[in-house]
Design a protein around this ligand. Sequence first.
Ligand SMILES: [Zn+2]
Length: 279
Amino acid sequence: MVRKRTLERDLEFFGFGIHSGKPVDLRLIPSDTGEIVFRRSDLKNKEFRLSLENIKTKNCTMLVTNQGKIQTLEHLLAVLWVYGIDSLTIELNQEEIPSMDGSALHFARAVKRAGFRELPEEKNLQKITQSLTIRDEGASISVDPDAEFRITYQIEYEHPCIKKQDLSVVINPKNFEKEIASARTFGFLEDVPTLQKQGLALGGSYNNTVILDETRVINGPLRYPDEFVRHKILDLIGDLSLLGNPVTGHFVSKKAGHDLHLRVVRFILENPEYLSPDR
Ligand SMILES: [Zn+2]
């Protein structure tokens, strides 16, 4: 039997929102409720439950209700899901999770160092039982049954530093730490003015984003030659965490993004014949 988990102790982070550009204090507080709840201390401690109907995407994954929003959830959620933490209060005093260095490395190291406490409640493990494919304008995600939780990601860009990248990883804490956690957000210099007009990437900098001009990486060196596809895997793990319980299956993503990631999550949750308990 696998039990639900929380952290052994509080964790605190300070950083800046990559989109908002605003400073933010973030606290991860252990809980016994068996669910992940966000709390905005700047909005009279308003709480936000992590449910799919409140999830939206706009160059990041965000939780939006008529009470407010919390954006750029994906890297932190990926870490919590990989380490099996499903009971936690996430408190922040701004609208965005801090970007730290643009990767999940700070969160992963801190969470691991804090340690885990098991709750009496059992975790419901689940598995993909039949194949599906969702396509959208040259992008696609296929899902197949598998004994492991496995992600294969393929990307293709005209840019000479990226071109075609293709990586397949069995997602567990060890592989996540070694292959995925330190891969950073990336962006193209030419897109910055358009993004900033939309109120995005206002906190993007050489410290939290791998930035490419037309021919090269401006702020190298890269952490891996294929850091770009590794970061896409990180984003997909964060979005798949909205499936809630751990899942086994092989997710094959081609040139996808947050929108398509979340369409797959919605499809699976709305068609429960694709999932079954895994005991
Ligand atoms: Zn990301």
